[in-house]
Design a protein around this ligand. Sequence first.
Ligand code: CA
Length: 224
Amino acid sequence: MRLLIVEDEQRLARSLARGLTAEGFAVDVVHDGAEGLHRATTVDYDLIVLDIMLPRMNGYRVCSALRAAGDETPILMLTAKDGEYDEAEGLDTGADDYLTKPFSYVVLLARIRALLRRRARGASPVLRAGALTLDPAARRVLLHGAEIALTTKEFSVLEVLARRPGEVVSKAGILDHVWDFAYDGDPNIVEVYVSALRRKLGPGLIRTVRGAGYRLDGQAATDA
Ligand code: CA
């Protein structure tokens, strides 16, 4: 899961990014609205945390520009002001939820998880490929009905493949969803995680397609 934080208070942005990274999210941080809009339109984020009072372009405008372009990425707005007017305006422009500063990190995390669960239910509930079941909301993986313990990064790599079962996903495609912009290391890191997944799930499930990427095999189906 990859998140974008658009927040001009650098200390707050850094501490949010640190906490969310520790939870297993890939996190990008930008400090003004125009850059936020640019990133949001060039990267497929799972959720955006968007401050309202921002340099260059305020959060309301960023949000309404994204919605006008048909982008339905969940948006959690942060506001320093406390009042129904702001809440109404935030939700009017297409935000999914809002949080008034100062807020507790625990509450922020709960809201983020709730938005991601809500979206997971709407878009793709439980993913299945053959004997494999992956529940993005509960972050659980079952193989032949038995739970397999995965690290957060292993889970994220598998989730990218499980969302497109039977299709080849490139290393770059996996990197984009699991690692953030700050990662400038070797794309072959993906191989390390695929190897770990094969050790835990057996060798046959994730196929290497030479020169193209990886494919999750098995008869794929998704819960209705
Ligand atoms: Ca601000």
